[in-house]
Ligand binder design. Sequence first.
Ligand code: ADE
Ligand code: ZN
Length: 330
Amino acid sequence: MPIPKAELHLHIEGTLEPELAFELAHRNGVDLPYADPEQLRAAYAFSDLQSFLDLYYQLMDVLRTEEDFTELAEAYLARAARDGVRHAEIFFDPQAHTARGVELDAVVRGLDRALSRSFERHGVSTKLIMCFLRDLPEASALATFDACRPYFGDVIAGIGLDSAEVGHRPAKFATVYRRAKEAGLRLVAHAGEEGGPDYVREALDLLGVERIDHGIRALEDPELVKRLAEERIPLTVCPFSNVRLRCVATLADHPLVAMLDAGLVATVNSDDPAYFGGYVEENFAGVRRALGLTDDQLRLLARNSFEASFLEDDERREALIAEVDAYRFP
Ligand code: ADE
Ligand code: ZN
């Protein structure tokens, strides 16, 4: 069995495999501009974040009903369990669905059906995090935030910020982050994926985030690195994603080891695994191979994932960390 771990950076829409996309397209009468799953997969050659987002938003169109969202999340959770994932904090993009005329209720209830039975079925505890699309105005985020209020707490645990980063600074979302904090939600944001270290600082200072999603460009600013290490702000790093979106040239060039050496609470995650060539255990295996990570470094990454998680049950967290410490690689 793979090492126990938490997955903390996973867009549920990014787990839509070509086969399921075609099945849902057929069921919902949606025309896909590809002949078959193989041809679709062949289109997964990205030059940057935007080129990926264009396809990601297009393909989402096959997700229409509550059942579609349940099926999508159920497929991910079953797969995650086989990868040793014991806790998953899952992003979704409500605006990408409501903008297409899908009811918010269908999205949230559909996802929650799979998530709420995940521990019983798969041994994977879950949290759901709603992300705002940063290339839309804050007014849209605020309206979405208000529409999601009935789900705060039991169903939606936190907010995040994703989509096209450069030119859409964290500062734009200060109001919605303040309201989310007042509402008792947990706060994360993508920063330092394509944007510079200043985006990471802004997310910390103006949004008050508890974790940074990606954050690889923070390494360009030694003072910021020192701060992130001292304050133990976790970074949810996604190695395969960084290579596929050309934020990093090859896996062997990935700064993950430099991050660990700097004392950062780095974790390894899959981001959009259906698009980037692998799920979380494949990311672990990939960095192990390409960067020559030691067993102790792999255990540290897994331990960090539980430390960085929003698990409230400290006993479970400690038990999972003890499992990591006792884990022996085959
Ligand atoms: N939405 C889905 N994946 C994303 C990523 N890696 N960065 C920004 N927005 C995203
Ligand atoms: Zn992401």
